[in-house]
Design a protein around this ligand. Structure first.
Ligand code: CU
Length: 153
């Protein structure tokens, strides 16, 4: 068979089209997005909190933090070995982080850490560094909050 431009187009364009359709369905199945709100008050009455105390996600997932109330940020303070802690986010700014390393992560709101505004991320069900995180120095209300988080796991 002799391939002219039309024949090649008739093969290539449908192939590209189907590849794009497949990509639309396949990609979201592997990487999911979670959103966490930064709040002055949560539905359960807790003040100066993130909407989730513990977020369980898969490796490769992205969490986006939304500044639903003013005056908060996201500052990571612990994670698994080999993970570079990102710079703390600016107050009142949305921030997104993708987690490619399994393990337990802790973050806090810089202005409200003493008020217990801390939260945990568990990636890929890997809790091998949980003891190291539990043994960190937790101050003020964060100490109590950390105890509650660990008791709920
Ligand atoms: Cu805060």
């Amino acid at each position: 068979m002799k391939l002219n431009g039309d024949t090649i187009g008739a093969i290539i364009y449908p192939a590209i089209f189907f590849a794009m359709i497949i990509a639309l369905f396949v990609v979201p199945a592997f990487a999911e997005d979670t959103t966490i709100d930064m709040l002055n008050k949560r539905d359960d009455g807790a003040k100066m909190v993130y909407s989730q105390d513990v977020a369980r996600i898969d490796v490769g997932d992205t969490i986006t933090w939304l500044p639903k109330s003013k005056g908060h940020n996201v500052e990571f303070i612990a994670g698994p070995d080999g993970w570079d802690i990102p710079k703390k986010s600016k107050n009142n700014k949305e921030v997104a982080i993708t987690f490619d390393t399994p393990g337990v992560y802790m973050y806090q709101c810089t202005p409200h850490k003493a008020m217990g505004m801390i939260a945990m991320v568990i990636v890929g069900d890997d809790t091998s560094n949980l003891d190291a995180i539990a043994d960190m120095k937790w101050r003020g209300k964060s100490k109590k909050k950390m105890k509650a988080i660990l008791a709920d796991l």
